[in-house]
Design a protein around this ligand. Sequence first.
Ligand code: ADP
Length: 597
Amino acid sequence: MNQLNFMNHAADAIICLALDGTITYANHAASQLFDHPLSELTAAHYSTLIPRELDGELDMIRDTILFNEDLEPFVSEKITGKGDRIITSAQYSPVKNDDGKISGISVVLRKVNQFQKVANKAQAFIEAAPDAIIVVNQLGQIVLVNAQTGKLFGYKKEELLGKDVEILIPDEFLSNHRKHRFNYQKNPAFRSMGQGLELFGKNRDGNRFPVEISLSPLKTEDGIFYSAAIRDITERKKAERKFRGLLESAPDAMVIAGRDGKIQLVNAQVENIFGYERDELIGQPVEILIPPRFHKNHPSRRNGFFSNIKARPMATALDLSAVKKNGEEFPAEISLSPLETEEGMLVSAAIRDTSERKAAEKALHAYNFELKNKNKELEQFAYIASHDLQEPLRTVISLVDLLNKQYYNTLDDAAKQYLTYITQASDRMSDLIKALLDYSRIGRDKQIRKVDCNLLVTEIQTDLSSFISENHAIFNIAPLPTIKGYRTELRLLFQNLIHNAIKFRNKEKAPVISITSRQVDDFWEFCIADNGIGINPEFKHKIFKIFQRLHPKNIYEGTGIGLAHCQKIVDLHGGRIWVESTPGMSSSFYFSIPITL
Ligand code: ADP
């Protein structure tokens, strides 16, 4: 049997093409397959056997063969002489002349009921998959899809079968996609597509959406197919955007690193604080942000964090040092928290530059120290001054006393008058000096005790009993708490306020004084309210200053030191004192004392 005879009797259809696509030879099996009389078939052009939508196929085949590249057998549709569509698996090979030059193409074709075949095998399997799954042949035509694909892209299954896979790809990615597809076909293996790139699908309405795609080759007896699992990641992208938004809006520098200590994500604050660009940090070990002298121990600490995550679910703030790109170190407060992600456990570190706070704390400390010293000096001064002033004053008073006793009758009226003034002035001076001494003594005996305020007020009422009855004062006293504080000072505080409440009474009516207390957060808040003359709002603060009075002493007795005492006592306890008043009607003095002292 010669060669042509052999080909004529072959079971597969065999066709030879010139490079321009005209058919130069066809065997019997080809005539049968394409339902064409042999004479017609050998006079036809190969493109008449190819469906119109695949008109690029012949060019692709010729190009591949001319470039001496291998072409695996592949499956595609063909048109018969009667216009029916058949599916064939075709193997194309170069035909070379005696010089070894390619002069034509031989095609060996076999009819396959391939869609059905592959579909039956794989359909059940891929329908169960959560992702959209598409199987394409070597020409990029879709041969199989699952229901998810239809849903995701908005097509009916049948509308996709036989179509170019590129109908699911946004236009701007088309040219790249073709290139990638041919590259992938040369070197097919399982892999996820577009690592580091954003991939998009296009649905029937032309709208694009972000996707994640994994590819794998599928070897079958009919040649290689490619399957793509496609996942819509719109939601994930949204969540990612939200997360990034949150990250960017965080007031602290945020660094997110993996178990391997490599930085995966940073926010803008990191760039601001550390002076690096993002790109310079991503993928670098976190130690880049830590002063070199801590590098040795850091990896083991990091591992410690990961192995101890459950025991420390909350962020723990640590006082550490960090280093900028320019080598400058700064004190930093760092809170670490675990971050569970799809890629495993990460750690997020919130880093706060505390240089300013540390400097402010230091300054405040120094200022406080200075203030305390100054206060002590002042108290000392007031104490010594008032103590030493008493001596000469006593002498003046006793001499005035002598004058009064022994020489009063020898004096004329004017001298008597002067002597009375001197007596009054020195008595007043004595009162002032005593008050000043008391003031400087407040808090000297620092002993915190439990003080029952009910008892305290009863004692004060006893002490002031004659003053109370003279003024016909009426008391409404609510049950008061037992508090912690300096007993003598607290007594003076209550006494001054009660005394004032009676003293600054409205002359027209009997003084009514109510004493109440309540708990406000961590403080006891007391109120001593009266129905007296009230205080003009503009003097609300002035009255707590030492020797500040609003009335001449011939109208209301006093030294102007009582409320200064009160202020000092409340300060000593860490509380607050203030007044609320309706002038001419009432005053309410409030003070607060911390519950725990
Ligand atoms: P003093 O009572 O010796 O004048 P304080 O320091 O106790 O000094 O009071 C300062 C001023 O505050 C008083 O002179 C008075 O004008 C005003 N004041 C104090 N308590 C009352 C009150 N309960 N009602 C009206 N005014 C008051």
